[in-house]
Write a protein that binds this ligand. Sequence first.
Ligand code: NAD
Length: 474
Amino acid sequence: MIPREIPNLVGGQAVPAASGESLEKLRPTDETLLCRVARSRVEDVASAVAAARAAQPGWAERTAVERGDIVRELALLLRDRREEASAIVAEETGKPLELALGETDASVEMGLFVAGEGRRSYGRTTTASMAHRTVLTVRQPLGIAALIMSFNTPLPNVAWKAFPAIFCGNAAVLKPSEHTPASAWLFGGLAREAGVPDGVLNIVHGLGSEAGAPLVEHADVDLVSFTGSAATGRWINETAGRRLAKVCLELGGKNALVVCDDAELDSAVRWALASAFSNAGQRCASASRLVVFDDVYDAFRDRLLAGVRDLEPQPVISRESVERISEAVGRATQQGATMLVGGDRLERPGWYFAPTVLEDAAVDAEISRTELFGPVTVLYRVGDLEQAIALVNDSPYGLTAAIHTASVHRAMRFAERAQAGVVVVNAGTHGSEPHMGFGGVKDSGTGWREAGVEALDVYSDLKVVNLVADPMRT
Ligand code: NAD
């Protein structure tokens, strides 16, 4: 199912890295070798960008309906290969198959949603001061889109970018995470089968510093669309911004879930567990802060800890990750936080860290402000809604936020005041679907939204067209 050597995809050809070098990809569940992956560098990036440049004009000539049809075909092929795609994701990430199946289904849905835009792609018509003049907007492709992404939900991460990027008439160079090359490889194969012309979707594997950075720096790349950490995003914005390339960043979060004293506690506990620990906390929308009203704090904490003890641990993506999380949790307790459950690497093969809950952390402590991207959450005690909102907003990030309350007033006040791109009432710190724009404020992004029709704004330019119908009478 997964080849022993995963090659790049350049101009429709499966090719090894120019240097002939490859990287080892290990399984998170037991650290055994899953496959080897092309270790690309600047020359591989240059070939992929050249292939994209050659293919893009012909692709842009196709109508939006035709491009939508090919996107639909690709989504349907992915649906046909649902079990295989999900098994690949489960192997390369270590996540349960059930979770992977849900992610494959979401990726298919994203493709079908984008395909439908082929018969919409609405612009605007407007008035003009001059007689006999019609003014309208049309969408134009940007040219070459560099798509760089994280490992956490590898297929949706690819689908959320590749489908709208190519639909809009761009040619793309995709740089998947070095931790999840296999699902991207499958996607590339399906794209060819679906009729995506050679060179329209290229894939360059490798490390961020060796394959990602040259792609960001390449003068012929018109757009960089990136999903990953704020640190990398900041560098990308500076680097691509210098040549005024368009940059869309979807970055991290330190998402808070608030539990008020009128919340359904069992439901709040269930959502807190799912929000904090699903996918081993490796979600940009993970609830790494649980902000609980004083009156229900003890009851919520007891039920939460009981739930955590029943969780089946999932591995994180790499040895570096498990070590980084372990060190950060160690520093948190040294700085005064109290460990309630977990806190250690599990003694078994693979990269497992016990689901962990802390309390008594200072609001300005590292653990309160830094994203860990692991199965770790922190409880905070507040007196009322205004304190809760102030705490939620006291963060460099602003991706998602949730509140559990029976009060419409509290829900609406929170929805208005929480500094976040997504607010959820009475559920988890997520809830986005392919037709909903997703993204954050502050250090969580640059204001663009992925998915939804909003994604079309990332991958196209709007051109204003003035039509004068009767030049003799103006
Ligand atoms: P990362 O920034 O380390 O890597 C992301 C991607 O960028 C990888 O493909 C990597 O190889 C590449 N990369 C690294 N350095 C690069 C460079 N200098 N130039 C170009 N590319 C480079 O992030 P990660 O550890 O893979 O992912 C975790 C982060 O992603 C978290 O912060 C998480 O919150 C965020 N994330 C955000 C969203 C969202 O939609 N907002 C979704 C998923 C993950």
